[in-house]
Design a binder for this molecule. Structure first.
Ligand SMILES: [Cu+2]
Length: 278
């Protein structure tokens, strides 16, 4: 083993350990990541399972088609097939290449629809949070607690140790762990999208419309990072989402503080006041 290779090996394992430590307890993209983020919650788990099933199916199809192409190119090349056949159609093959893809699509459709309807089940949510997208920050309103606050991205000079750049915010969306939460997603200006990959939640935020989604935050304290997923203007890439799951007692403690700091004022015009403040 050359000295250069040893050095490379040491450096890469060091990087791996350092990054591995820094992302422990957080769901975010990792350097050299291939594939999806580790799923959190039942929707994400089901979506990952469906993705893995589709990966197997499309790999088998691609390998089969590639094999056919290579075989035809080799078997019917000019030297081995000097007199080309003038066949124009073959009924058996035509029926097969219609019926087999239909069957494959049906096989794919069953788990897809099952997941789609599962994601639609917003009833039985233990709490509701209204998410409002703005150019270029998020507003979170805890409807039952009468609190509301804005969430802005931290600039580079505001980052604390361990906080990922372009993903950290001043006021994260604090949620209790092990809880089913319904989001009502809406917008205040242009079209945005609320997207947290590890929780498998992605919903468009429109003016004048509220879209429903739900997540079941898994047990355990963890931070889930996401971003606006719809190009919404010059600062589109600077409106990250941070969902921070706390244990129930810590969440209750945070709630007491939040009720002082982020209390919604009474009256019908608070939403307008919140949106004017920029
Ligand atoms: Cu946006």
């Amino acid at each position: 083993m050359s000295a250069r290779f040893t050095r490379y090996l040491l450096l890469s394992s060091f990087t791996f350990v350092v990054f591995g430590l820094s992302v422990a307890g957080a769901a975010q993209p990792e350097p050299w990541q291939i594939g999806l983020q580790e799923p959190a919650g039942s929707i994400a788990q089901k979506a990952t399972d469906l993705h893995n099933l589709l990966l197997v199916i499309i790999t088998l199809i691609s390998v089969f088609v590639l094999g056919l192409l290579v075989f035809v190119g080799w078997r019917f090349r000019r030297e081995s097939n000097p007199k080309p056949s003038k066949t124009t159609h073959n009924t058996v093959i035509e029926i097969l290449w219609t019926v087999v893809p239909v069957l494959i699509l049906v096989v794919i459709a069953v788990p897809s629809f099952r997941l789609l309807y599962y994601m639609d089940e917003t009833k039985n949510a233990e709490m509701v949070i209204k998410v409002t997208a703005n150019q270029w920050y998020w507003n979170y309103e805890y409807m039952d607690e009468q609190i509301s606050f804005d969430s802005y991205m931290l600039k580079d000079d505001e980052l604390q140790a361990g906080q990922p750049r372009l993903l950290s915010v001043d006021n994260p969306l604090i949620v209790p762990d092990n809880t089913k939460i319904k989001f009502l997603v809406t917008g205040n200006d242009v079209m945005h999208s609320f997207f947290v990959p590890s929780l498998a939640v992605q919903t468009y935020a429109f003016v004048g419309r509220s879209n429903e989604v739900w997540i079941d935050v898994p047990p355990g304290e963890k931070t889930y990072y996401g971003q606006c997923n719809q190009i919404c203007g010059v600062n589109h890439s600077f409106m990250p989402i941070v969902v921070k799951a706390l244990a129930r007692d810590k969440y209750e403690k945070w709630l007491l503080e939040a009720k002082k700091d982020f209390a919604l004022s009474d009256g019908p015009d608070y939403i307008q006041l919140a949106s004017v403040k920029k």
